[in-house]
Design a binder for this molecule. Sequence first.
Ligand SMILES: [Zn+2]
Length: 222
Amino acid sequence: MTLDAEREAIVEYAPQLAALTPGRTGNLSVRRGDAFAITPTGVPYDGFDAEDVPVVGLDGDVRAGRMKPSSEVPMHAGIYKRDGGDWEEPPATIVHTHSPWATAMATLRRPLPPIHYMIVAIGREVPVADYAPYGTEALADNVIAAMERADASAALLANHGLVVTGPDPETAMEHTRHVEDLCRLYIRTSSVGEPHELSPEQLATAEERFEGYGQQPGSNGE
Ligand SMILES: [Zn+2]
């Protein structure tokens, strides 16, 4: 299995990582079956093509690709392997970034509270995963623990950055931008006063509307 479509998706979506943070930090993977395509290490996000993109098995073995994979392979593989892959809805995409506002929150080790209804796409808060060195499977364990604790599809990484999981690259990148925007909103409003949080009832209403949002017939989402 060469994961051609997944490698093409890496080429297509990786440049969006550069828009989130300067430099070459951050990485993106797209999984199919027991393997995933992931951004190569040490090259600009528009500096490779599909044949360069590494394909890595969930056990960490590099199966294809002309370039070396990201140093965060153990984190991506560990998250995909959670409970032996026993996810309610297994993620097909993981985005990791050091985007500035999310990384600021992660450095405060402060979870992102529900200050705006858009958060319900991810959960009722974005939790903070305990610190572990980059490039380790321990980091995956901490991310999984935080996401399970908060019932969220994303986690801030203490003193490091952000991880967002999703069903496909389009959604995961969009949710990454949401979290970054909401962290910016939280930090800006906190500089003036204490931002109000939405109540559980208000969040439940937002969740109902969110589930009906989109292209379904009869939907009147904004
Ligand atoms: Zn990182």
